[in-house]
Design a protein. Structure first.
Length: 73
């Protein structure tokens, strides 16, 4: 199963960016998406930003992931 997680871009330099999810920061590759901006949300899979998502969609997805994790025993 593949899972892409929404991250918020907090800084960028050429084809790399630092992105944040739940306070965890990670360096990701942004070369697949043109003109990524600070504070945008992107779906990240295997260290690559693969698609932009709206803030609302990112929030919904993160809430669902949080709920899933809380219900895992």
């Amino acid at each position: 199963m593949c899972l892409a997680v929404p991250y918020r871009i907090i800084s960028k330099d050429k084809n790399k960016a630092i992105a944040d999810v739940f306070g965890v920061k990670k360096e990701i590759d942004i070369r697949i998406i043109e003109d990524v901006k600070i504070d945008e949300y992107v779906l990240v899979h295997a260290g690559f930003a693969i698609q932009r998502v709206s803030q609302e969609e990112a929030k919904e997805t993160l809430e669902l992931l949080t709920e899933l994790c809380e219900n895992v025993e």
